[in-house]
Design a protein around this ligand. Sequence first.
Ligand code: HEC
Ligand code: HEC
Ligand code: HEC
Ligand code: HEC
Ligand code: HEC
Length: 266
Amino acid sequence: MKRGRIFIPIVSAGIVILAAISATGNSMIGSKHDLGYLNQRAFGSEVGPMQGAAYNDYKEICVYCHTPHNADTIAPLWNRQSPSTTSYKVYSSPNFDSQNNGPDGISLACLSCHDGTVAVDAVLTQPKSREIIDTGVHYKMKPGGAEAGGDACGKCHSRSSGAYGGLSGAHDATLKYLETDLTNDHPVSMSLPSYNIDPGFNQPTIPSKDGGRAFPNGVKTFAGDKVQCASCHNPHDPDEKNSDGRDPFLRTSNKYSALCLTCHQK
Ligand code: HEC
Ligand code: HEC
Ligand code: HEC
Ligand code: HEC
Ligand code: HEC
């Protein structure tokens, strides 16, 4: 009977995981977080300036973020090199109740692409495929311009710079490059204040699998009851047609500021 006891929890964890990814039917396959698909997104065929030319094409989807073995514990089975935590400028304001020691956990995981200090293909473990060709280019999600150096995605994806920066070229992604100055971003990696500290916050009531608490609409906190990038965003669920009002990768619609009002009483 011992064997049965071990087996059952593993099976049910698998079902929960599948349900979580496909819950709203917006698959991440073919989304902007599918780095194996960006060439097809742009031109509808394999030719294009992206994977293989700006970064290694690992011919897999999940591997840019997850690995089954030898993972980093900052996020589930995390497969990415972490950015240096010393370089961030963090949010502060006179009204700010929370302690903000800089990004950690899931937020650091997101920033491993979005702050532009680590290449998008800088994984801990590459898949064991003979087809992978390292072309030696490992671009980072940072704005272009002379100061950015030769490895900035922004040298094509900034309006102002680069051969592809014109009207007919690459889209302007500057807003998606958060960089290391987080003073102009919603604060992350601080605990949601309890009612006693600040009654202006709604309190989530559902225990979440991630060690925090969740609201019924899916907005949640992570270990240490912390608000992280993934409190508001679901990196697997793009809703790019915005049919539910959840584009870009939001956990719940922000129509009439519903996302904000999930936590803030205003
Ligand atoms: C762009 C990065 C990225 C890619 C690509 C990615 N994930 Fe994730 N994944 C994350 C992050 C960040 C978390 C932790 C935050 C969260 O739970 O939403 C996570 C959490 C998870 C979890 C645990 C939490 C949950 O939602 O159940 C599973 C399982 C998972 N990912 C599976 C996958 C699979 C399978 C793929 C490939 C089809 C994939 N992921 C691709 C970033 C990514
Ligand atoms: C492996 C690299 C990688 C990681 C890790 C990653 N992202 Fe992204 N993300 C991207 C790329 C590439 C884009 C597309 C940028 C562009 O439009 O040029 C993107 C776009 C986005 C967008 C905008 C989507 C849109 O439709 O414009 C959001 C929101 C986002 N990411 C949130 C997150 C969050 C939150 C996390 C962590 C939970 C995360 N990302 C982790 C690579 C990554
Ligand atoms: C040599 C120029 C060039 C470089 C460098 C480059 N791109 Fe692109 N990218 C393009 C062009 C051109 C397109 C097609 C037009 C478009 O969709 O913006 C494109 C398309 C994309 C798309 C698909 C947009 C969509 O909505 O379908 C994403 C996402 C993207 N690039 C991300 C990146 C990332 C991340 C990097 C750096 C790792 C990068 N690109 C580097 C030129 C470039
Ligand atoms: C408190 C909720 C919240 C948190 C926390 C949060 N975001 Fe967002 N984010 C949003 C909303 C809402 C939008 C859509 C804004 C809009 O509609 O223009 C957004 C937009 C984005 C975009 C797309 C920007 C654009 O205009 O194209 C990126 C990329 C992004 N977030 C990444 C992150 C990352 C990385 C983190 C963590 C460092 C993070 N977000 C934390 C709520 C949040
Ligand atoms: C997951 C819960 C959560 C969500 C969703 C959320 N916030 Fe916050 N927000 C917080 C927490 C926690 C703080 C830190 C409060 C503090 O310590 O004073 C904060 C801080 C802020 C601050 C700064 C307050 C100050 O004292 O400087 C503003 C402004 C803000 N949020 C606006 C928004 C907006 C706009 C949205 C929707 C796009 C949003 N928040 C969504 C939890 C959330």
